[in-house]
Design a protein around this ligand. Structure first.
Ligand SMILES: CC(C)(COP(=O)(O)OP(=O)(O)OC[C@H]1O[C@@H](n2cnc3c(N)ncnc32)[C@H](O)[C@@H]1OP(=O)(O)O)[C@@H](O)C(=O)NCCC(=O)NCCS
Length: 140
C-alpha cells in the first residue's frame, strides 16, 4: 500500500490530525504493525492498522473508511480479516480504545463481537472518555 494513500485516508477521516507523519512512518516501517487495506478501483477505501507485538494480545490501533465508501461493509471486511489473522496467530485478545463520543465506531465494534472491558476517564485531549473494548478468543 502506498504511504501517501494511507496518509490521505487518515487525514480525511481524522481531520483534527490525530494520526500525523510520525504515526504513518512508524506503522509503515515497524515490523510490530500490520496494515490491512481494501481498495475500490484505485482508491484506498478502508484501512485497519494492528499493533502485533510478540505477545498473545494484539491491538486495533485505527480503522477508517473513506467517507465515499462508508456504510458499504468495507471496514467489516477488514475487521473480520483482522480477527481471522489474530486467530491464526493464536492471539487470545484483540483490544482497542475508542472515544465514548464515537458512537458509529462503538456500534461497529459491538456488531463485530467486541465487548466493553473498561473505561479511561478524560483520556483524550478534548476531555473525552475512552471506552476499552476487547474481542476475546475462546480457549480451544
Ligand atoms: C467506523 C467506520 C470505520 C465504519 O466503517 P464502514 O466501512 O462504514 O463500516 P461498515 O459499512 O462495515 O459498517 C458495519 C457496521 O458498523 C456500524 N456502522 C457503520 N456506520 C454507522 C453509522 N453511520 N451509524 C451507526 N452505525 C454505523 C453498523 O453496525 C454497521 O452495520 P450495518 O451496516 O449492518 O448497520 C467509519 O465510520 C469511519 O471510518 N469513521 C471515521 C474513523 C473512525 O472513527 N474510526 C474508528 C475509531 S479508530
Amino acid at each position: 500500500m502506498e504511504t501517501e494513500n494511507l496518509k490521505n485516508l487518515l487525514q480525511i477521516t481524522f481531520p483534527n490530525g490525530e494520526y500525523g507523519e510520525s504515526f504513518i512512518t512508524s506503522v509503515t516501517t515497524s515490523k510490530h504493525y500490520k496494515i490491512l487495506s481494501k481498495y475500490s478501483d484505485e482508491t484506498l477505501a478502508s484501512v485497519c492498522v494492528l499493533l502485533t507485538p510478540a505477545t498473545d494480545e494484539w491491538e486495533v490501533i485505527v480503522i477508517a473508511t473513506h467517507p465515499n465508501f462508508q456504510g458499504q461493509g468495507n471496514a467489516s471486511t477488514l475487521i473480520k480479516k483482522a480477527i481471522i489473522l489474530a486467530k491464526e496467530n493464536n492471539i487470545k485478545k484483540l483490544h482497542l480504545e475508542v472515544s465514548e463520543k464515537n458512537q458509529t465506531a462503538i456500534s461497529f465494534y459491538k456488531k463485530h463481537n467486541f465487548n466493553q472491558v473498561g473505561k479511561r476517564k478524560d483520556y483524550y485531549k478534548k476531555g473525552e472518555h475512552a471506552v476499552l473494548f476487547a474481542h476475546v478468543f475462546p480457549n480451544l
